[in-house]
Structure formats: C-alpha cells, structure tokens
Design a protein around this ligand. Structure first.
Ligand SMILES: Cc1cc2nc3c(=O)[nH]c(=O)nc-3n(C[C@H](O)[C@H](O)[C@H](O)COP(=O)(O)O)c2cc1C
Length: 323
C-alpha cells in the first residue's frame, strides 16, 4: 500500500478516533502492527488550536511511522491554511474528514454533512491539495442517507481533485453507527476509480479482514473500535493475511504488560490528573473480556492518583493469574 511517496509497511491502518487515538495509542497501534495511524481530527479553525486539547492533538515530528493528520471544516480557505500549518509542523499526509456524523461537527457543515454538497467538496479538496506538497487523503461515509448514497460521485471527484487515497466507512451519515457496515458500495467505488481505496467499518477480526479485502478489492483496511483495548489486533490480522493461520490468544501476562505501559504513557503525556482520567476508559476496554464482573472497573474508576492506579492494576493481575 502506497500513499504518494509513502510506502506503508502493510495494508492495515488505525482509524482516527477523537478522544481515543491520541499519541500514546497511535504509537502502541504502530508497535503492534498497524502500517499507519491517523491523528484525531483537528478543527480547521486556528483559534481553537491554542487550547490544551488541540495542542496535544497536533503531531510532533518525533512520532513513529508515517504521520497522517486529520483536519475537519467546511471553509476551503481555512482548510487550506490548516493543512499548510500542519504540513509545516510535521504532518507527512493530510487527511480530510468527511465521515464524522457528530452533531457538533455537522451543525457547522463539516464531516459527513458535506457529502450533500459535491461542489463545495470539490472546492475544499482542490484548495487543500493546492496548498501543500504532501499527499492529501479523504475519509467519507457512503453518503448522507441510504437514499443519497453518492460515494461513487465523491470518489470520482476526489480523484480529479488530486486526492491520493480514499477511505470509505460502509455506512451513511443517517446510519450513524447503527446496523452493519455494508461493503457493496466500497466495492463499487473500488471499481470506479484508480486511487487506493481503504475499506472501513466493523472489521473486528482476522477472518472478517480477509473477507472484506477479498470482497471489496480494497487496497487497505482501516480498523477503529476493534483496536480499543486490543491494539494487537493489527498483528493478529497481519499474521492471518500472511499465513492463513490464527495466532493464539495474547497471553494474559502480555496483556498486563501492554496495558500498564499504555497507562504509564497516558500519565506522562497528559499529566497525572488528566492521564488518570483518560486511562479509565482504555483499562475498561482492555478488561472487557477478562473482567466479567464490573466490580474492579468501578473501584478502579474511583482512583484519582496515578501511582495508585498502577498499583491497582498490578494487584488485579496478580489475583487474576493466581486463580
Ligand atoms: C470514539 C470515536 C471517535 C471517532 N472519531 C473520528 C474522527 O475524529 N475522525 C474520523 O474520520 N472518524 C472518526 N471516527 C470514525 C472511525 O474512524 C471509523 O470510521 C468508525 O469507527 C468505523 O470503523 P470501525 O467499525 O472499525 O470502528 C470515530 C469513531 C469513534 C468510535
């Protein structure tokens, strides 16, 4: 899989997820086998970049792997300016978000709401492509609603505007996250354009990954929620794609090691207070399959102190391994 001048180490990409794919999580996904990761979306409005939240979301040139930064907005000039600033500060790829269904984003006519306005989409894409020397990619849903599925039109337009890879989440804006992702639209898009296509939506395990690649003919896969608390899914999928065999389940001692390292990195990255709060959701994802009762999660979520959090995890696993 190639995007412009960048050769990915494989065809598995960690999806951008606001509030999840921060720098510590992106590094972990990359270490665990993702060929590329994409940053959480940044608004195209530079006024908000001064906030701590946005500052932490910006990429830094010492990050591992190919640095793809996602921007969202609807004003072509603002989007071009945002792309330029991010490219100058270390982004190697600019990804444009036209897939986000969030009301907050859609009210401002951005994210997937833009799919209803192909002329504006073309203006935004051209403005961004012309503003930067790095490859520009686009992420969309299949359309606004099942009756307005215009992903083929948008894909053709994206190709004409110089977009170098297109990710499609197999749902419409109206579907939000309901029902199951469909791959017929992605397959049709793949047959309609020659830029690399990245299939996304509900890829949860190695067999599904193989099936989606085969069915859609996509060049790559993007994986989001299935990597929450399971960043090693990239390694599992890659192994299956390479050998046709499933890796044995990750030993619990290794889960512990990965999780504790992740929690420590969150403390370092966000500072003890915020890091402790952010670690809670990640820990609950990691423990989903290991802690069937909710008791540990509830007491863990009440902990406010970073070292206490690490000690609680240590004790939890000691107990678990002794059983
Ligand atoms: C918590 C969360 C945050 C998300 N944030 C973004 C985002 O910032 N930009 C974006 O393009 N998509 C975002 N998405 C959508 C994902 O990138 C992906 O398209 C979607 O989750 C479907 O893939 P999956 O089934 O593998 O999770 C988000 C999804 C989730 C669950």
């Amino acid at each position: 899989m190639r995007i412009g001048q960048y050769q990915l180490k494989n065809c598995l990409i960690a999806a951008p997820m606001a509030g999840v794919t921060d720098r510590p999580f992106r590094s972990l996904c990359y270490d665990m086998g993702a060929g590329m990761t994409v940053s959480e979306m940044l608004s195209s409005n530079p006024q908000v970049w001064k906030t701590d939240k946005s500052r932490l979301r910006m990429v830094h040139s010492d990050e591992l792997g190919i640095r793809s930064v996602q921007i969202a907005g609807s004003d072509p000039a603002d989007m071009a300016a945002a792309a330029k600033i991010n490219a100058e500060s270390g982004a190697q790829i600019i990804d444009i978000n036209m897939g986000c269904p969030a009301k907050k984003v859609n009210k401002k006519l951005a994210g997937s709401a833009l799919l209803r306005y192909p002329d504006l989409v073309a203006e935004i894409l051209s403005a961004v492509v012309n503003a930067v020397d790095v490859p520009v990619t686009l992420k969309i849903r299949t359309g606004w609603s099942p009756d307005e599925r215009n992903c083929v039109e948008i894909a053709r337009l994206a190709e004409r505007c110089g977009i170098q890879a297109l990710t499609i989440h197999g749902r419409t804006r109206e579907c939000l996250f309901k029902g199951e992702a469909e791959y017929d639209s992605i397959r049709t898009v793949k047959q309609s354009v020659s830029i690399p296509i990245i299939a996304n939506g509900d890829i949860t395990d190695p067999l599904k990954a193989r099936a989606v690649l085969d069915y859609t003919g996509a060049d790559a896969l993007m994986i989001g929620r299935a990597a929450q608390g399971r960043p090693w899914i990239f390694r599992e999928i890659q192994h299956y794609l390479d050998t046709g065999e499933l890796l044995p389940p990750m030993p619990i001692a290794e889960v512990q090691q990965i999780m504790q390292m992740h929690v420590r990195e969150l403390h370092d990255f966000y500072g003890q207070g915020k890091g402790t709060r952010i670690a809670r959701k990640h820990v609950s994802w990691y423990l989903k399959e290991h802690a069937p009762d909710d008791q540990f999660r509830r007491s863990f979520n009440a902990i406010e102190d970073a070292s206490e959090q690490l000690e609680a995890l240590e004790a939890y696993f000691e107990n678990f391994l002794r059983k």
